[in-house]
Design a binder for this molecule. Structure first.
Ligand SMILES: [Zn+2]
Length: 300
């Protein structure tokens, strides 16, 4: 019988879940609205019922990616966008329903493991994954292992301070990288330059036409991101850095200047040695693939 694992991605808006085969093939998938459930146990129960009814092989376990989820404790801890209380014992809920080994990790860390198991980082022992979305998430793999740190929350590149006394961040401090290098950060930059609101998608569309101010928004974003990446390289010396997410797709607009600023700021013996890559995983499936990879990685 074919061995399968479940990949579950709990987002602020939707929860996606699937049965996934060993080479990352999605055998069955579904999604439900996260916000439709005020009670997390009811959400877990619905996900598990659907998974049980559509099991395509012999299940090995469940991987779950969720914001602010802690690999060590199996809990979602103080997630700002989910209204389920301070500590949610997610791993326990899934194990009680499915009676299968369950691994929980934060969404950016799950994305890094997905890239490691199925994507462009296959075979790499050292790389940095940066997910550019509403915020900036990251996962650091060093010596072949994801760095979870002492309490499970290592790898918060988005909350390194890149501008002392800079923009207010959702974490309560000022000047975090995420407030500059993310869709929200770019929108803030555009607003500061133009005095009116643009979405990051609109800024990209205008920049493609060669409009100077929109290109400057990208250049400013890339300057902050490139500097932060250069600093990260000095700590873990990755073989490559992988950018993922909507913003990462605007290849010439963001990639080229980010690479330039990273190179300018790199320690000399690291220069021209660290490629910036885009994710090899389809964006729509990357989160559930990343979650399922949490289990496949234990089988390697
Ligand atoms: Zn912050």
């Amino acid at each position: 019988m074919k061995k399968v694992v479940a990949g579950i991605d709990i987002g602020g808006t939707n929860t996606l879940f699937a049965w996934v085969g060993e080479s990352g093939e999605i055998l069955w998938s579904s999604s439900i609205s996260t916000t439709a459930f005020t009670n997390v146990e009811a959400l877990v129960s619905e996900v598990c019922n659907q998974l049980k009814c559509n099991l395509p092989g012999e299940p090995l376990g469940l991987g779950v990616g969720a914001p602010s989820a802690n690999f060590y404790t199996g809990c979602i801890e103080h997630a700002p966008n989910l209204n389920w209380g301070d500590i949610v014992p997610l791993q326990q809920y899934f194990e009680d329903e499915m009676h299968l080994p369950t691994i929980v990790a934060n969404d950016a860390n799950a994305a890094a493991i997905g890239e490691h198991v199925y994507g462009v980082a296959k075979g790499m022992k050292d790389f940095i994954m940066v997910t550019l979305g509403t915020g900036l998430g990251s996962g650091f793999v060093a010596n072949g292992e994801l760095i979870y740190g002492h309490d499970g929350f290592a790898g918060e590149l988005g909350h390194t301070i890149i501008e002392p006394n800079g923009r207010y961040c959702g974490c309560g401090r000022k000047g975090c990288l995420e407030t500059y290098a993310s869709a929200t950060g770019m929108e803030q930059t555009a607003f500061e330059m133009r005095g009116e609101k643009f979405s990051s998608k609109e800024v990209a569309e205008i920049a493609v036409l060669g409009e100077k101010w929109a290109l400057e928004v990208f250049d400013f974003t890339a300057k902050k991101l490139g500097l932060a990446l250069a600093n990260s390289v000095a700590i873990t010396r990755p073989e490559a850095i992988i950018l993922f997410g909507g913003l990462a797709k605007s290849k010439e607009l963001l990639f080229v200047p980010t690479k330039k600023y990273m190179e300018e700021n790199l320690l000399h013996n690291f220069q021209d040695k660290i490629p910036l890559l885009t994710s090899a995983l389809p964006e729509s499936d990357a989160a559930i693939l990343g979650a399922s990879a949490l289990i496949w990685k234990t089988q390697l």
